[in-house]
Design a protein around this ligand. Structure first.
Ligand SMILES: [Zn+2]
Length: 162
């Protein structure tokens, strides 16, 4: 099947589309990294010895009102460096998504901008309307992690202080 149109929508060219399916209002796209060699995250040595493969789901930007979930088939490699502290390591998907992140970097960026404009609860409601499920608390954590302090507005900006 030709996935060239869908492939153009992805920010990372080194991910190959395996297939897709619609479940309700959610588009699930199965992806696999193209590279068969990875660099150990601890010592930097390269390895092509695949230890295992697992599926990792990350939420991406919505498309035409549908939620988009990327199911990435991540490989786990063996590190051949005898002096390394790790025996196995997972393929790095940065800058597409960071380790242990549940969203792509571009979805995180969108939510960060939503958080800057509206903050927690209101930002979560807008994100929900845009097709990204997130809580207000998570938006606030995202702002704090990126160096933005949440400023509680106690005054009404429409009231002139004079
Ligand atoms: Zn290593």
């Amino acid at each position: 099947m030709d996935f060239s149109f869908l492939q153009r929508l992805l920010p990372a060219a080194d991910l190959r589309i395996l297939g897709w399916e619609m479940i309700g209002h959610r588009l699930i796209v199965a992806l696999k990294p193209k590279g068969l060699v990875a660099r150990c995250t601890a010592c930097g040595a390269t390895s092509s010895r695949i230890h295992a493969e697992y599926r990792r789901r990350v939420e991406d930007l919505p498309c035409s009102g549908h939620r988009v979930t990327l199911e990435i088939h991540v490989r786990r490699f063996r590190c051949d460096n005898a002096l390394c502290c790790r025996q196995t390591f997972a393929q790095c998907l940065a800058p597409f998504t960071a380790r242990q992140q549940r969203r792509t970097a571009r979805a995180q960026t969108l939510l960060w901008h939503v958080g800057l404009a509206l903050s927690g609860a209101a930002g979560a409601r807008l994100a929900q309307r845009l097709g990204i499920s997130i809580s207000g608390e998570t938006i606030l954590r995202l702002l704090k992690r990126n160096g933005q302090k949440h400023v509680a507005t106690t005054s009404n900006p429409t009231i002139d202080p004079m």
